[in-house]
Design a protein around this ligand. Structure first.
Ligand code: MN
Length: 449
């Protein structure tokens, strides 16, 4: 079920002409000039960019009806890939609005959240699936995901929900009932909006329209709803610096920020300010920097382990194949676990997803500024060995098609897949697939070289 595509309407004036594939792609490696929209502050101050009220975005009426009728609601987000700003931000915004209208809401994030999301969840509103077992719901809403395999133990709770709804912006066809454990008897409501830059902006539209059927939210209530939604939109759009971000998203962001959060952009940026402790940051460098002034006796044992790993060549590696236009970051499970333990010496709350987020920021997103295709491979040996593969491309559909050719999916320029195997095995397989595509007719650019 598809409805209300956001791009059916004329875009705001700031829509960049080069937002789609540039006619003449830049030389390899691509220079770091990917900014297509003006800097955020400038855009927000620009009178030409008219704020767009999310209440004007079409939302499937069946979804609004279902949310309006439901008394007990479950909201769930993806944990594979790890919980992120858009998923958790969108879910928090929706949960807070629904609670303001008197509904009973459980929000399930079935994996440890990275630090900035722990901070955003200031009132401890999120639950692991185990804490919710035995509960039943009128409606389950998946935010930023359309597949029960990606929500961890929350999948079991879908079976205890009378209906299932999806609010997602990934490139998926209509959500498949079998992937959502929604049989014919259980209505399935989908709002999939692949052109939308963040599920949080879809949630903003849902809340704005539900407000018309319920009591208006107070200024304070809107503030607590808008902040996580703005964090969600900001993170998925890369602070509105990612290639291909729509001006329409910026116009929605501007409305929410100015009319619902008193224009407090610093509040949004503050929410993102969590940092991995310095010991963790050093160990994630390529090559790693190892602190030599650690006083903690537990650190000595850890340093011995670290040296053994480094001698065996086990660490974060960043490889650039500039002639071919791609770069690859690879992270072995043993090293990842060691970084988590090391960082906990300084900050006991640190979890694996904190470290994964830092690797994304330090290597993967950064790499995406200098090559056409950035690849991030994260090994996970906690069960049978598998590797999470993340792809980012400058050109639209390069990342998505690579992910799809390996059985995954995602967005046009940001996509991924989880493959079974050790890091070395998966690395060879992905490398081979990329070489096939480079040598194929289209190469990494639609315009070719
Ligand atoms: Mn998202």
């Amino acid at each position: 079920m598809r409805a209300g595509r956001m791009d059916d309407r004329p875009r705001a004036q700031l829509e960049p002409k080069q937002a789609r594939a540039p006619a003449d792609p830049p030389a390899v490696p691509r220079p770091a000039t990917g900014r297509l929209l003006p800097p955020l502050e400038q855009a927000l101050g620009d009178k030409e960019l008219v704020p767009k009220d999310p209440a004007t975005v079409p939302v499937p009426p069946e979804l609004l009806d279902a949310l309006h009728r439901a008394g007990r609601v479950l909201i769930a987000v993806h944990v594979q890939p790890p919980p992120d700003g858009d998923g958790v931000g969108g879910a928090l915004g929706l949960a807070r609005a629904l609670r303001a209208w008197g509904k009973s809401v459980d929000l399930c994030v079935d994996d440890p959240m990275p630090g900035f999301l722990r901070n955003l969840d200031v009132h401890n509103e999120t639950r692991r699936a185990g804490q919710l077992s035995g509960r039943s719901y009128d409606l389950a809403v998946l935010v930023d995901v359309a597949d029960a395999h990606r929500i961890g133990g929350a999948a079991r709770l879908l079976e205890r929900s009378a209906a299932v709804a999806v609010i997602d912006h990934h490139q998926v066809e209509a959500p498949a009932p079998e992937s959502l454990r929604a049989e014919a008897a259980r209505p399935l409501l989908g709002w999939i909006e692949a052109e939308c830059d963040a599920a949080s902006l879809q949630v903003a539209a849902v809340v704005a329209q539900l407000e018309r059927r319920n009591a208006p939210l107070s200024r304070g209530q809107w503030g607590s709803v808008a902040l996580p939604l703005l964090v969600g939109a900001y993170t998925d759009a890369g602070g509105f610096r990612h290639a291909g971000v729509h001006a329409d998203s910026l116009a929605l962001f501007k409305f929410l920020l100015q009319r619902r959060l008193d224009g407090d952009l610093e509040a949004v940026r503050d929410a993102l300010r969590w940092e991995l402790p310095p010991i963790g940051l050093g160990l994630l460098q390529d090559p790693p920097t190892v602190p030599d002034d650690l006083q903690d006796p537990r650190a000595l044992e850890l340093l011995a382990e670290l040296r053994a790993l480094l001698e065996a060549g086990v660490r974060v590696k960043v490889e650039r194949y500039e002639a071919l236009g791609f770069g690859l970051t690879s992270v072995p499970d043993a090293y990842l676990e060691l970084v988590v333990r090391a960082a906990r010496l300084q900050e006991p709350e640190v979890n694996r997803n904190d470290v994964l987020r830092q690797i994304r920021r330090m290597h993967f997103l950064d790499l995406g500024h200098t090559v056409r295709l950035a690849i991030n491979l994260i090994e996970d040996k906690r069960g049978s060995p598998r590797v999470t593969c993340q792809f980012r491309s400058w050109q639209p559909f390069v990342a998505l098609e690579l992910a799809r050719s390996l059985g995954g999916g995602g967005h046009s320029r940001a996509a991924g897949v989880t493959l079974v195997g050790t890091l070395d095995e998966v690395k060879r397989r992905v490398h081979q697939r990329v070489l096939e595509r480079v040598r194929g007719e289209d190469g990494l650019d639609s315009a070719g070289h």
